[in-house]
Design a binder for this molecule. Sequence first.
Ligand code: TPP
Length: 294
Amino acid sequence: MIIKESKTVDSYEAVLKLRDVIRLDTLKMLQHMGYGHIGGSMSIVELLAVLYGKQMTIDNKNPDWAERDRLVLSKGHAGPALYATLANKGFFPNDWLFTLNEGGTNLPSHPDRLKIPGVDATTGSLGQGTSIAAGIATGLRLSGSDAYTYLIVGDGELNEGQCWEAFQFIAHQKLTHCIVFIDDNKKQLDGYTADIINQFDIQKKLESFGFMTLKVKGNDLKAIDDAINFLKDQEDTAVAIVLDTIKSQGVPFFENLHDNHSVKFNTERYQIELQKAIDELAARATIGGENHDL
Ligand SMILES: Cc1ncc(C[n+]2csc(CCOP(=O)(O)OP(=O)(O)O)c2C)c(N)n1
């Protein structure tokens, strides 16, 4: 068994750098395509950096390794951020990123587990990833595996009743090794989640289902990492983390843009602002990450 040997042991400095390159490469992919899901991709960058840079047991040389941790990106429209992460972790060549959504590409806009090394679940139809993750985690438990399943769900996605059916199952089964993350960026496709179908208090709802929950700032790498470590120590309970995020997180102009779900970069202003963000990130990535209280 080589289980622990391939555990990622990157330092926080490496996690910071990974955060910046995920954000940078995702923006470059969207720039190349001319449009795309900037909002929901950016709001999970920090989470992906902590998971792939520190928490996950994975092997880029053996993406189907039976003992690996799994990740289900149920909000599959954020695929570009996952692709940038996997490319930077060595699962496939970086130049694949610039074929996003093109005819014949390996990287369709939403994750396809049969095409993309490192993708554990095909997603895009909101809600479905929650049941897939519940199934994967159950299968791993039944086979005696200690591997974790990480499930990322959008706050708008919670409008899908399927999510709550899956959460009920995860809670009932006390699937300690299925860690649920809610990307609470307060917006969905065409407006504020609270205006479309209010989710009310997500944390309280999950707790009423039997989850132990934590809420953390979704741009705070250490808070995310600490929350995961804390929940991994819990026994006999389902666990979830509500990430307090901002749509288009880390890219100030697009954070402040009202319609920032999927943006067409077809105005001079959008193109200039996107290029500015790319240039700033590229400069920061080169010097190895900003100072951060970690
Ligand atoms: C079943 C289903 N209905 C509708 C859509 C179209 N859709 C794509 S993203 C989205 C909004 C999702 O909002 P949220 O989960 O909050 O995502 P985020 O804000 O993080 O991008 C919708 C309605 C879909 N992909 N699947």
